[in-house]
Write a protein that binds this ligand. Structure first.
Ligand SMILES: Cc1cc2nc3c(=O)[nH]c(=O)nc-3n(C[C@H](O)[C@H](O)[C@H](O)COP(=O)(O)O)c2cc1C
Length: 324
């Protein structure tokens, strides 16, 4: 089975589903499982370049299907993007995604190596700029998503960006089931990028079981955003830590102090899982948590999304305006 969209044609994949890069979570096992299931998995960059190369080679052993790498241009990675881009080009990775930085210097080298470039754009102006720079596709990621977030919603980004560019647009943020995929296609998107739902994939071995349990127990009122007033919003689940962070943030505590308070959050919660008292961090996940109720294989997730999308698209196409 396959579904043809401009994204599946561009990347030579069966289904228009990308598994969004998730730092330290989207490892070769998850990436290859999503690619084998007919979507495309996306690996995150690694600080150690040999580790990055090793991860890419491991994926190639686990799947002969297309996959991507997220070229990290933020934080401590900002000064050595060339090195990661070179490894990606040398390994002829099928595609990269880029965000949080200007990918234009790296585009010629990547394209010369046959690497397709999909750029995450936070608004129409930057989407147009990326299109003019020669990227192959745009990803718009709404603030419904888990992890670091922007300010616009997925619906407004699709409404604003899709009619303004010629290249395929992938919608991300808050899409967790087949109805979401069908809605994005109805809006003119060429496919979707999903992160949160794949946190519950059985191949997502680096995501701590305590964090998985927290997500399964969560409802849509459990989501919280912190850091938005300091220009770096993050979405995840309410915990004693995230409530405290927000309280300090809204009370005007200086950003350096907040950074100190949050300094160890990501590594600790990845290593130990969320603690009983919830003070060691925040489980990062998007707003569409209700469909995230069980652990499934990546293939089951992809097949379930595709079956529901097909059902929804059939329902939509049978609707028409009738004379009164
Ligand atoms: C735990 C977590 C970590 C993430 N880490 C990254 C990352 O390192 N780089 C990136 O480009 N996007 C990252 N994202 C965003 C995803 O790639 C994806 O675009 C997003 O999850 C889509 O929205 P959803 O969470 O509603 O599915 C992360 C998302 C989550 C939930």
């Amino acid at each position: 089975m396959r579904m043809r969209t401009r994204l599946t044609e561009l990347l030579n994949i069966r289904y228009p589903i990308l598994q969004g890069a998730m730092y330290a979570i989207s490892t070769p096992d998850l990436v290859s499982a999503v690619s084998n299931a007919g979507g495309a998995g996306i690996l995150t960059d690694a600080w150690d370049l040999e580790q990055l190369r090793e991860n890419i080679r491991k994926i190639k052993k686990l799947t002969d299907q297309p996959f991507g790498v997220n070229l990290n241009m933020a934080g401590r990675f900002a000064d050595r993007v060339w090195q990661s881009a070179r490894v990606i080009a040398e390994e002829h990775v099928p595609f990269v995604t880029t965000g949080a930085g200007d990918p234009r210097p790296y585009i010629p080298m990547l394209k010369d190596a046959g690497v397709k470039v999909l750029s995450i754009a936070p608004n129409t102006r930057l989407a147009k700029r990326m299109e003019a720079a020669g990227v192959d596709g745009i990803i718009v990621e709404g603030m419904e998503s888990g992890g670091h977030i922007g300010t616009m919603t997925t619906m407004s980004l699709m409404t604003n960006v899709i009619p303004e560019v010629e290249i395929p647009v992938v919608a991300a943020g808050g899409i967790a089931d087949g109805r979401g995929l069908a809605a994005a296609l109805a809006m003119g998107a060429a496919g979707v990028q999903i992160g949160s739902r794949f946190l519950l994939a059985s191949e997502c071995g680096s995501f701590h079981p305590k964090n998985v349990a927290k997500i399964i127990a969560a409802d849509d009122e459990a989501c919280i955003t912190i850091g938005t007033t300091r220009g770096k919003g993050m979405r995840g689940l309410r915990s004693a830590f995230s409530e405290k962070y927000l309280e300090m943030e809204l009370a005007g505590v200086p950003t350096e102090e907040l950074n100190k308070f949050a300094a160890n959050m990501t590594p600790t919660i990845a290593r130990e899982g969320i603690s009983e008292d919830g003070m060691n961090g925040m489980v990062m996940v998007g707003q569409s948590v209700e469909p995230l109720k069980k652990v499934q294989t990546a293939a089951e997730i992809v097949e379930e999304i595709m079956a529901r999308a097909e059902e929804t698209l059939k329902k939509i196409t049978s609707m028409s305006l009738e004379n009164e």
